[in-house]
Design a binder for this molecule. Sequence first.
Ligand SMILES: Cc1cc2nc3c(=O)[nH]c(=O)nc-3n(C[C@H](O)[C@H](O)[C@H](O)COP(=O)(O)OP(=O)(O)OC[C@H]3O[C@@H](n4cnc5c(N)ncnc54)[C@H](O)[C@@H]3O)c2cc1C
Length: 302
Amino acid sequence: MMPILCRSGAVMAQTWDALIVGGGPAGLTAATYLRRYLRSCLVLDDGRSRARYIPESQNCPGFPHGISGTDLLGRMREQARSFGAEFHQGRVSGIVKDGPDFVAMAGDREIRASAILLAIGIRDRLPKVDWIEEAIQCGAVRLCAVCDAFEARDQVIGVYGPLDEIVTHAEFLRAYSSKIVLLPTAASLRPPDGARLDGFAVLPAGGELSFDGEKCAYRAGGKSHVLDTVYPFLGCEPADSLFGDLGLKATDTGELQVDRYLQTNVERVYAIGDVASGLNQISVAVGHAAVAATHLNRELPR
Ligand SMILES: Cc1cc2nc3c(=O)[nH]c(=O)nc-3n(C[C@H](O)[C@H](O)[C@H](O)COP(=O)(O)OP(=O)(O)OC[C@H]3O[C@@H](n4cnc5c(N)ncnc54)[C@H](O)[C@@H]3O)c2cc1C
């Protein structure tokens, strides 16, 4: 193999079979699969997995008594490492195509790989308050109704966001509690056509959320309303815009566009996990990783 010079002048040691950008459940599972296919892979991660917010997941297959997000990530990292996956801490700031390969920039490092797996996840738009992480940790704020509405059964549930967005989420939550309170932000005050507001309490728009260390309250119209838990639905975006450089396409709903093997519109660039799915779940991320890694192994010459 020809030595390759980094910008710093140092020699780049190798061309990896795959560079995995992101060390959440998707990236870590892909690393385990690729190493077990005897492929070289490097995981580059800057440590902001959404899973780190999970106080205790009750729907993660194989953990009947629940598992915290950080514990799960630790186990998945240990598993990938046990098969020889390599890890670097840092942020990939750009990826370009270079002949048959890709070159990624991370700090002053340039990393060459035959394939890229983008497992970069998404970023939630959250209420701009300094207590948000503390409230998530104790379940006063929840971010994923599919994940944990079961645990909020029969509670007073606040649903926070633009009215045209939150009504459909509130309808989903209606199955879990009859005490649903809509907390509209000022952004939009009209429910979508055909939406049913009956059965929901609707508080005045543009109120203020607060947190007392155990529960949130919503203050509007001179009154404060205490809520057992609050789901903010303020939308999300891909965690990084790396794919801009590569010309990757997105769907109308903002996920990266992929085929059934999770390959994007650029050959040997895969997108897996939350960044490629509207159903943001660990089991989906894990399944994506298995499919993409297996397809890549089949396509990539030895
Ligand atoms: C509060 C909460 C509770 C949840 N509970 C559950 C649950 O009970 N069950 C369930 O199935 N799901 C749950 N989820 C969802 C679950 O966390 C996600 O579906 C899962 O983490 C997605 O995995 P991922 O690997 O796609 O992305 P992530 O886990 O978000 O990992 C992406 C990684 O990529 C890294 N990254 C991004 N850009 C770059 C870059 N340019 N360079 C280097 N690294 C980069 C990030 O730092 C991050 O570490 C929950 C989420 C939240 C927020």
